[in-house]
Design a binder for this molecule. Sequence first.
Ligand SMILES: [Zn+2]
Length: 162
Amino acid sequence: MICKNFKTRNKNNKKEKRIYYYCSKQRKEITYINCKECPYKEYKSNNNQIKKRTYNLAKKEKNRFSILYNQLNKCCICGNPVVELNEVFEGAYRQLSIDYGCIVPFCNQHHNQFHNDRSMNLYYKSLFQEKFEKTHSHEKFLKIFKKDYTYLYEKESMKNLH
Ligand SMILES: [Zn+2]
């Protein structure tokens, strides 16, 4: 691997025209061997790229929006102002939920219910599916989120009636 301070430069003036190597750490012209044998080699890390990616994701998380709720600062069920924003489609679909605004504000109690009560969970998923399908399409929803929650919720409701 090449040291990150190793540069190729171009001299192009009246006196000379040539390509030479330059060390941006020592700030002087060097030879290839100088660099190869230099004990102070530094390598480009991909830390910055990782940082940037993390930053972009964090920014997206901070700017979470909801296609169903205008007010994200209170629980959509009880109005409690202490809320957590939840991605409606979890796990592998968490980032897609963020991208498509499938975000729901719940207080702690309703957040727990959302995760433990299958019927309520499916109810919210189906609500967002319906809203999503109004601006996109049923086919697109299935393509992205893989399941028909409207159908699953209806099936669940029928089961509970009996
Ligand atoms: Zn609540």
